[in-house]
Ligand binder design. Sequence first.
Ligand SMILES: [Zn+2]
Length: 145
Amino acid sequence: MTIECNNQHECKRKRERWEELQQRFCPLGQKELDRFLEKIKKGKAKVVFDKHFQKRSLERSVSEIDVKEIISYGWVIERNKTTKSKSIVLLGYVGRNFRPLHVVFDMVSDDLWVVVTAYNPKSHAWKWNDRFNKRICFCNPEDVE
Ligand SMILES: [Zn+2]
C-alpha cells in the first residue's frame, strides 16, 4: 500500500489535467446535486446505501446521518462520467470537531443515487491538498479512496 506519492512528476501532470477537467465538470455536478436535493424534498428522489457501505462505514465510524449532512451541506469536488456511469465526490465537514468527509455517489438516475463509499480524506492525506478539495496524487487509480 502506498502511503505517499511515489511519482511526483507524473502526478503533477495528472493533477493539472484533473483540475482542468474538474473546473468544467464540478459546476455541472453542483447543478445535478441542487436538482437532486429539490427532488428529495418533494419525495421524488432517494438515496440508497451500497451493500458494502455499512461494513466499511462502521470501520471508519461514518454514519448515515453524516452522509445525509454531506448531501445537504457539502459541495462537489469531483465529477466523473464514463459511458457506463456518472459519479460525484462531495466534501463536507461533520460533527463537533468538523471532521472532513468525502462521500462518493453513483448517480444511477435523476431520482436515485447510491452511496458507494465515505471516508475521511485525512486517512490518505497525501492524495489531497490541504483543504481536501483537490486530488494531488494519482499513484493508485484503483484505490480511489
Ligand atoms: Zn502520486
